[in-house]
Design a protein around this ligand. Structure first.
Ligand SMILES: [Zn+2]
Length: 515
C-alpha cells in the first residue's frame, strides 16, 4: 500500500498545529508593527523575524524575564512567570486601543523612565485600574493624533469632568467622564508627572513623556484645586512636526527674501511679535531651520522647548530654580555663539543683553509679546531701553496672526449675500470663495490647520530717524504704525479668503481681534 505518507500529510493534528502557529505568528507581527517599543527603522526586519519566530521570541522573553525576577528578587516561580506573561501581553497589547485603528500608539513614561502601569497602582491585577490607565493613555494618544497643543481636564459639575483639546487655537470638548473615573485618571496623570497625588488644592507642576515609534513627545502638566474638584492643564510640547520653511508658514516671497537677507548677516536682530497663540515660535523655528548649522554655532534659550532642532544647542530655562532668561543668556554669550534664539523677551534685563549682543557680532532672533511692530518699539522703550540702542540694534520686526485654513475634505463654494456679490462684482472670481461644511476629518469644525499672516517692518534710516528724533511721540508713532499694520494684515487675510484658503467668516473673526 502506498497510502501511508498521504495519511500523514493530512494529519488533522498537524494541520491544526500549523494553522494555529501561522495565526499566532501573524498576531505577533501585527502587534509589533504598531508597538511603540520597536523603533521605526527596525520594523521591517522585526516583522520578518516575528513572522517566522514570533511566538518563540515571546516565549524566550517571558522565560528570561521570569528567571531574572527569581534571581534578583527571590520571587516564587509561579509569580515570576505570571508577572512576565503580564508584561509580555502588555508590551504586545499596548496598541489595541489605537494601533488597530491605524493611529499612533504610545507608552507614557515618567521622568525616570518608568511606564504608567508601573508608576500607578497594581493595574495588572485590578481590572478597573487597568481600564483607567488605558483611558488615560487614550486621552493622550488621541490628543497627539489630533495635533492638539493642550489637553484640559476640568470638573464641570459635582458629578462629571470634561476633557477638552486645543486644536488650531480653538478649544474642543472631546468627552465627558463621570467624576469617579476621571478623578482616577487625574491621579494617574499626577503620578506619572511626579506630582503629589494627595495634594488637591495647592497648584503643582510636573512633566511626563510619551514614547512613540517616531521618537518622544514631552508634556508639561499643571494642576490646581477648583470648585468641584481639580483642574489639569497639559501642554503638548515638541510634537514631531515637519521641518517648516518660511514659505510653509504662509510668508510672501517678498517677506521671505527680506528675512533670508537678514539671516545671512553676521550680526543683527530679528524680533517676532504678536499676542499669545499667534504662531511666534513656529516662525522662530522656520527661521532657525534656514540657518546652516554646520558653519554657525546656534544656541537657543526657551521656556519650554517647543520644537526640537536636531543640530542646535537648546537650553530650557527654569525660573523656579533660578535659571532665568537673562542669566542663561549671559552664560550663552560666553560660549561663542554665532546665532542666539531667545524664546521670549519678557524683562528689561533680557532685552538689554539681547540688544547689546546683536551689536557685538551676534545674530539674535527673539520673540516679544506685543500687538504690532510699532508697539514693539514702544514696548522696548517702556522697558527702559535707550532709543539709540533700539534704533541701532534691530533690523527687522515681524508681527503676525494665525488664520484657520478650510478643511480641504469638506469645504464648499460660499453662499454669498447679494451685498457681498455686489462688492466683489468685476473684481474677483467669486466661484473661488469657499465656506465651511464640516466632516469627521476636521471634527465637524470645517477648519484644519492654520496659516500665518505677516507684517514686516524694516528698521531702516527712515524709521531710525523717527525713533531718534527729538520730537518723537510715542502715541502718534504707535497709532500710525498700528493702522498700517492692521491694513496690511487685513489685506493678507482677505487674499486668503479670495483664493479659497480660508472663509470670509474666519477673516472677519481674525481681523476683528486685531485690537
Ligand atoms: Zn472637514
Amino acid at each position: 500500500m502506498q497510502l501511508v505518507p498521504v495519511k500523514l500529510l493530512f494529519s488533522p493534528f498537524r494541520i491544526a498545529f500549523l494553522v494555529f502557529w501561522f495565526y499566532l505568528c501573524m498576531y505577533v507581527v501585527q502587534r509589533f508593527e504598531f508597538s511603540p517599543i520597536v523603533p521605526k527603522k527596525l520594523k521591517a526586519s522585526m516583522n520578518i523575524l516575528m513572522l517566522f519566530f514570533g511566538p518563540l521570541v515571546l516565549f524566550v522573553f517571558i522565560v528570561a524575564e521570569a528567571a531574572g525576577k527569581i534571581l534578583r528578587h527571590g520571587v516564587s516561580f509561579a509569580d515570576a512567570v505570571r508577572g512576565a506573561l503580564g508584561r509580555a501581553v502588555q508590551i504586545v497589547d499596548i496598541s489595541h486601543f489605537s494601533g488597530a485603528r491605524g493611529k499612533s500608539s504610545l507608552i507614557l513614561l515618567d521622568a525616570s523612565g518608568k511606564d504608567l502601569f508601573e508608576v500607578y497602582g497594581n493595574a495588572k491585577n485590578n481590572k478597573e485600574d487597568k481600564n483607567t490607565l488605558e483611558h488615560t493613555q487614550r486621552i493622550v494618544s488621541d490628543a497627539v493624533d489630533e495635533l492638539a497643543s493642550d489637553i484640559l481636564i476640568d470638573p464641570v459639575s459635582s458629578d462629571s469632568y470634561s476633557v477638552r483639546y486645543r486644536i488650531d487655537g480653538m478649544l474642543r470638548t472631546v468627552e465627558e467622564i463621570d467624576f469617579r473615573r476621571c478623578a482616577a485618571i487625574v491621579n494617574s496623570i499626577k503620578a506619572i508627572s511626579n506630582m503629589d497625588i494627595s495634594e488637591r488644592r495647592r497648584p503643582q507642576d510636573g512633566a511626563f513623556i510619551a514614547k512613540t515609534s517616531d521618537g518622544s513627545i514631552s508634556f508639561r502638566v499643571a494642576s490646581a484645586g477648583v470648585l468641584n474638584g481639580e483642574k489639569l492643564s497639559i501642554r503638548v510640547l515638541n510634537q514631531a512636526v515637519m521641518q517648516l520653511t518660511l514659505g510653509d508658514i504662509g510668508m510672501s516671497e517678498r517677506y521671505q527674501r527680506l528675512v533670508r537677507e537678514t539671516l545671512s548677516r553676521q550680526s543683527g536682530m530679528i524680533l517676532v511679535c504678536g499676542p499669545t497663540g499667534s504662531g511666534k515660535s513656529t516662525t522662530m523655528q522656520a527661521m532657525l531651520s534656514e540657518l546652516d548649522f554646520n558653519t554657525r554655532n546656534v544656541i537657543t534659550i526657551e521656556d519650554p522647548i517647543e520644537y526640537v532642532l536636531p543640530r542646535a544647542s537648546q537650553i530650557e530655562i527654569n525660573s523656579k530654580a533660578g535659571i532665568t532668561f537673562a542669566k542663561t543668556l549671559r552664560s550663552v554669550l560666553r560660549q561663542d555663539p554665532d546665532v542666539i534664539g531667545i524664546g521670549e523677551i519678557r524683562d528689561e534685563e533680557t532685552a538689554s543683553i539681547a540688544l547689546a549682543a546683536s551689536q557685538t557680532g551676534h545674530l539674535v532672533l527673539a520673540t516679544l509679546h506685543s500687538s504690532s511692530n510699532a508697539a514693539t518699539i514702544v514696548r522696548l522703550m517702556d522697558l527702559g531701553i535707550k532709543p539709540l540702542l533700539v534704533a541701532s540694534a534691530i533690523d527687522l520686526i515681524i508681527s503676525q496672526r494665525l488664520v484657520r485654513k478650510l478643511c480641504p475634505d469638506c469645504m464648499v463654494t460660499a453662499n454669498l449675500t447679494e451685498a457681498q456679490i455686489e462688492t466683489f462684482r468685476g473684481k474677483v472670481d467669486i466661484t473661488k470663495i469657499m465656506q465651511i461644511r464640516g466632516c469627521s476629518r476636521c471634527g465637524n469644525t470645517g477648519y484644519k490647520g492654520r496659516i500665518g499672516i505677516f507684517d514686516i517692518m524694516v528698521v531702516d534710516e527712515v524709521v531710525k530717524a523717527q525713533i531718534l528724533s527729538p520730537s518723537f511721540s510715542v502715541s502718534s508713532f504707535k497709532n500710525s504704525g498700528d493702522e498700517q499694520y492692521k491694513t496690511n494684515l487685513r489685506k493678507q487675510a482677505m487674499k486668503l479668503a479670495l483664493s479659497g484658503t480660508t472663509s470670509l467668516e474666519e477673516v472677519k473673526r481674525v481681523t476683528a481681534n486685531l485690537g
